[in-house]
Design a protein around this ligand. Structure first.
Ligand SMILES: Nc1ncnc2c1ncn2[C@@H]1O[C@H](COP(=O)(O)OP(=O)(O)OP(=O)(O)O)[C@@H](O)[C@H]1O
Length: 413
């Protein structure tokens, strides 16, 4: 049985690769010839979510009677996998299968896939090398306008990554704030959350102060997203509890914008919001006005500041290139600069490296480290993937109990 892997961060599209695999005359790919693949991917999941929303079709959750959108990432992936396997796929296409899964769910899914791989061919699209499945024998690459098949060992021995450093200092904010900066940004006191009588969070107390660098950790379903939505003013469960956000007690008549303007937020799923025809430079400038794209003529000061950010990330030579055509890594670096140009009190990064390759993730993390070190902006980083270069000063870890998740005592390195 042949199993192959493909680096998803390299062009062309997944569809082009699968077309090649199913039509190629290569003897290595004979197990895929004229077969139809079954996709375990976020796109497949989105189709089921749309079917729920638009057609009340609850195929994936009919046993649990829950909506897909209310399941945590790990729970959704498991529901999809269980459903797809019932159809006895001719071959399985796994698109970044371990994204958003905690360590224990990664190893459970890995075991399951390995057992399936005994009689079902696998195509794995990956972005991080350490996620390549142990059953993979070959890597399919597209280089110099042609597909080529390499032995896995040959691929791993290639020299992929060269080093990147951000040498310039972090650009300063455009103007001094009129009000003195808040020392305590977020304070939760003994917060409890439950859904349909199921306890999710139990007695959670947490204070985030100016300039601190936090990582929020916890297994799938422990309530990280629930906590994050409370902090960005998006969760009504915060009302009536002691939740203080940027000087406002939640539910004291504040507008949601009073909270959101303090936060530079980034998660990969928001990339689709930025599809307009805007230059790299204008994308960064638009962060000053919090608009998507630029609709006012910027001042010279604003243009110069955005150029400094581009220079910091080594993209000053492509300032006039359409953002849409940049690499995934460069797009994300630009969105972080866009979020940071105003030096907001807090930037919140929710699984920001999902979908990036090893080098992209390394570069991204280095920029985050630099921001945490050289600015007064507090950083809150939410993730499952252990990033070797991520060095938060504080860790908030959730631990599941029958009464809801509690804070586990964890200290940063
Ligand atoms: N609107 C809702 N209705 C019912 N249950 C919900 C709702 N939102 C979340 N939950 C449940 O609350 C629990 C915590 O979910 P949450 O998404 O906050 O966890 P998480 O730690 O972010 O998980 P993951 O790492 O998998 O993304 C899960 O069991 C989830 O199913």
């Amino acid at each position: 049985m042949t199993h192959i892997a493909i680096n998803i961060t390299k062009a062309p599209t997944t569809k082009d690769y699968i077309n090649f695999i199913t039509t190629s005359d290569s003897s290595v790919l004979s197990g895929f010839k004229d077969k139809e693949g079954t996709f375990l991917s976020d796109d497949t999941l989105d189709t089921f979510i749309n079917d729920e929303l638009l057609h009340d079709d609850y195929t994936l959750t009919q046993h649990s009677k829950r909506k897909l959108l209310t399941l945590s990432s790990g729970e959704r992936k498991k529901a999809l996998f269980d459903h797809l396997l019932k159809g006895n796929p001719q071959f399985l296409v796994l698109v970044n299968p371990f994204d958003s899964l905690d360590v224990s769910n990664v190893s459970k899914l890995k075991e399951r896939i390995i057992s399936i791989s005994e009689d079902t061919p696998i195509v794995q699209f990956f972005s991080r090398k350490d996620e390549i499945l142990p059953c993979i024998q070959y890597i399919l690459e597209y280089k110099n306008n042609a597909f080529s098949i390499l032995q896995l060992s040959e691929y791993l021995n290639q020299d992929h990554d060269n080093d990147v450093e951000f040498k310039d200092p972090l650009p300063k904010p455009i103007s001094k704030q009129a009000k003195p900066a808040l020392e305590t940004l977020i304070e939760l006191k003994k917060v409890n959350v439950s859904y349909n009588d199921k306890p999710i969070l139990k007695d959670i107390s947490w204070t985030i102060n100016q300039g601190e660098f936090w990582e929020l950790k916890g297994a799938n379903g422990t309530g990280k997203s629930t906590l994050v939505t409370m902090m960005i003013g998006d969760n009504p469960k915060a009302y009536g509890q002691e939740v203080y956000l940027f000087g406002y007690k939640r539910g004291s008549g504040e507008a949601v914008w009073d909270i959101k303007r303090n936060i530079g937020y980034f998660t990969p799923s928001m990339m689709h919001l930025f599809k307009g025809q805007h230059t790299a430079l204008n994308m960064i400038i638009s962060g000053i006005k919090d608009s998507i794209g630029l609709y006012q003529v910027p001042t010279d000061l604003e243009v110069n500041l955005a150029k400094q950010w581009l220079q910091l990330i080594g993209l000053d030579t492509i300032k006039d290139i359409n953002y849409f055509y940049l690499s995934e890594t460069n797009k994300r670096l630009i969105l972080i600069c866009r979020a940071m140009i105003k030096h907001p009190p807090l930037i919140l990064l929710d699984e920001p490296t999902v979908g990036l390759d090893d080098k992209g993730a390394m570069v991204f993390i280095r920029l985050v480290q630099k921001i945490a070190k050289e600015s007064n902006t507090a950083v809150l980083y939410v993730s499952h993937k252990a990033e070797p270069e991520l060095k938060p000063t504080h860790i908030f870890e959730l631990e599941h109990t029958d009464q809801g998740s509690i804070r586990k005592t964890t200290s940063a390195n």
